[in-house]
Structure formats: C-alpha cells, structure tokens
Write a protein that binds this ligand. Structure first.
Ligand SMILES: Nc1ncnc2c1ncn2[C@@H]1O[C@H](COP(=O)(O)OP(=O)(O)OP(=O)(O)O)[C@@H](O)[C@H]1O
Length: 351
C-alpha cells in the first residue's frame, strides 16, 4: 500500500544543505499498522510528511496504492491526498467550528452535496464515539475527544491510508490507551493501512504489526514488533526496548559483577522465554537434572502482541560441568541464554 524507495530529503541549512532523510526504503502492506520510532530530530515527521507530499522528497520514490506521489501536482495531487488521511499531535482543529463542522470540512472542500456530508459526519461521529458532542467547540473538548474529532475528520473522505504524526504524544497514558484502541479498531474494521510515528515504544507495542527504527535519517532496524522487542540488534532499538521492558540490571548487581573476577564461582545469566517456551517448566527440569542451586535475581513477564515474553536473571552455583550442561540444556530447548557475568561464592545475592 505504501512503498518508499531510496528516499532522501535535504533541507537548506546556514552552512549548506542538511541531509535529514538518507536513503529510506520501506514497504507497508495493505491493512498493516506500521510504526516508525526515533528520537527527536531523527526525521520521523519529515518522513511521514513526504508520504502525502506535505514535504517534497529531494530524490527517491513514494508510491501509495500503486500511485507514484512524487510526480503529482495540482488537482491530481489533491485527489491522491483524499486517499491519505492524517492526524497530528496537536489535533489541528479549527477553533471556530464545532466537532461536526470540523469533520465536515474536507468534504465541503471537495464539494460533496450537503445531505451526503451530513450523513457522513453522523457516521464518523458514531465511529469515534462522539455523537453526543457533535455541537461542542474544540475548546470544550478534552484532548482525547479532540483527537477523536481529528480521526473522524481524517477518515471523512474514506482514505485507505492513515498517517499518524505523534498522535498520542499530547495525551495522558489512559487517554493514549483509548485512542490507540480506537486506531486498532478502525484498522481492523475498515482494513485501513496505518503509518504511525512516535518516540514511545509503548505506542509501538500497543498497536503496530511491524516497526522501523529511525536514527539520523536512516532506518537502522526494522521487523515484526515481537522480534524487535525480544531481540533488538541496534543500540538505538535496544535503548527504546529497555525503556519499556526494563532489561537493565539492578545497579547493585551490575556493580557487584563488574568488581568480580572472571574466574568467580557463581555464574549470572539471563534466560529469555518467548512464545510457547514461556509456558513450559524447563527451568525446574534443568534444576532437577543438573543439581544446580539457583538464586533468582530478577524476573519479568511481558506480553507483546498477545505473546508472552519473559526474562529470568539467575545466579547459579554448582560444578563447572553442571553449569555448562545446564546452559546447553536451555539452548537445546530453544531458550535464549545471555551470560551476564560471575560473582564470588561468598557474596550474598541481591534480590
Ligand atoms: N523545514 C525545515 N527546514 C530546515 N530543517 C528542517 C525542516 N524541517 C525539519 N528540519 C530538520 O530536520 C530534522 C528532522 O526533523 P523532524 O521534525 O523530521 O524530526 P522528528 O524525528 O520528527 O523530531 P521531533 O519528534 O522532534 O519532531 C531536524 O534536525 C529538523 O531541525
């Protein structure tokens, strides 16, 4: 539905052109919710604005629903844009118009008959759960309600693509959840393709099927959300995932390991359970088989797109042979194991 190839965007700077997007290529399938995550200044807004030509790419190609956007101008561009709705961080509603009138605006601009506009506005208000507030002005609405109006307005022309530019960044966590649930529902019921940019991994986890991590104008990693969450490869991805999944070790444990010699007796490692392995008693089986003693130092279970993802950090004591056999056993059972370090036997564990 959206195909971006070798997109480059340069802006003029005081010392010559500055490259803001540097060779972006992405394919987004119909009906997919695709997240783009990056730190401030990574180029996210510029990227999403290139999709509907609010920014013109310097070079590269952008196809939406098989139509090359970069060659379009005037009426043809206007028509193509009707197939691409957009919502914004600060909603961009007209303060002098009611909720219903804001939603009607894009339909008025393309000259739809009044009766049809009224019907469509009612439909959109119902879709976003705001029928009761149709005559309220933006100033009388909460942030979440304003974004609902923004969504209704974006969908009024029945687009096949919805671009979301930090659509929940101005909302509190509870309202964010509600708006993301609404986007998910709309994605499912209308088969809408959603491209969503954000600086919050939690937003990606809630709604996206796939994600691309943007850094300094380049895609440094992309893949299924579950895969990027459970096995982030690039340091920027790791730091985003760490904000949500708390992969950091407790400070006391980290410094204790840091100070211990590599020959210390107790082995500290992290076992990572994903998918079906998270539901099996592999750890208790390992303890039984190899006669190891364990101290559990840290553990989490998270759900990403409905699949369990667990980590367990343990300190193991026993013979070197038993420890090695235990690690082999875990790996043989398709669990991922990360060796974190060693601590001396005399040291008490930190829970
Ligand atoms: N019209 C412009 N002219 C010159 N430079 C620009 C323009 N728009 C954006 N930039 C620069 O491009 C870079 C990327 O900006 P962009 O807004 O796309 O990043 P972002 O990842 O969305 O960040 P944020 O979340 O802070 O908005 C920034 O360094 C910004 O200053």
């Amino acid at each position: 539905m959206i195909s971006i190839q070798n997109l480059r965007k340069l802006f003029p700077g005081p010392d010559g052109p500055v490259t803001v997007l540097n060779g972006i290529s992405l394919e987004i399938a119909q009906g997919e919710t695709f997240g783009i995550i990056g730190r401030s200044g990574a180029g996210k807004s510029t990227l999403v604005r290139c999709v509907n030509m609010l920014e013109r790419p310097t070079t590269g190609n952008i196809r939406v629903a098989a139509r090359e956007m970069t060659t379009l101008n005037g009426a043809a561009l206007g028509e193509a844009r009707r197939g691409i709705g957009m919502i914004f961080q600060h909603f961009n509603l007209l303060s002098s118009r009611t909720a219903a009138q804001n939603i009607a605006l894009p339909l008025e601009l393309i000259g739809h008959p009044r009766g049809e506009i009224a019907r469509r506005v009612d439909e959109m208000l119902a879709l976003v759960g705001l029928s009761e507030r149709r005559d309220a002005y933006p100033a009388q609405l909460s942030g979440g309600q304003k974004q609902r109006v923004g969504i209704a307005r974006a969908l009024a022309t029945k687009p096949s693509v919805l671009l979301c530019d930090e659509a929940t960044s101005a909302l509190d966590p509870e309202t964010t959840k509600q708006i993301l649930a609404l986007l998910k529902e709309i994605n499912r019921s209308l088969g809408l393709t959603i491209m969503l940019i954000t600086h919050e991994m939690e937003v990606v986890r809630e709604v996206a099927d796939r994600v691309a991590v943007l850094d300094h104008g380049e895609v440094v990693e992309s893949g299924r959300v579950f895969d990027v969450f459970t096995d982030p490869r690039h340091p920027v991805s790791r730091s985003f995932v760490g904000e949500v999944l708390n992969r950091e070790l407790p400070e006391a444990l980290a410094s204790r390991m840091h100070q211990s010699p590599s020959s210390a007796e107790h082995l500290v490692f992290r076992i990572i359970f994903t998918g079906p392995s998270a539901n099996q008693p592999i750890v208790s089986e390992m303890v039984r088989r190899f006669g190891l003693s364990f101290n559990i130092l840290q553990g989490h279970v998270d759900y990403i797109q409905g699949s369990p993802y667990g980590t367990l950090t343990v300190e193991a004591s026993g013979t070197e042979q038993a420890k090695q056999s235990a690690l082999d056993f875990l790996r043989l059972n398709n669990l991922k194991v990360e060796i974190l370090g060693r601590v001396p036997a005399t040291d008490r564990a930190v829970a």
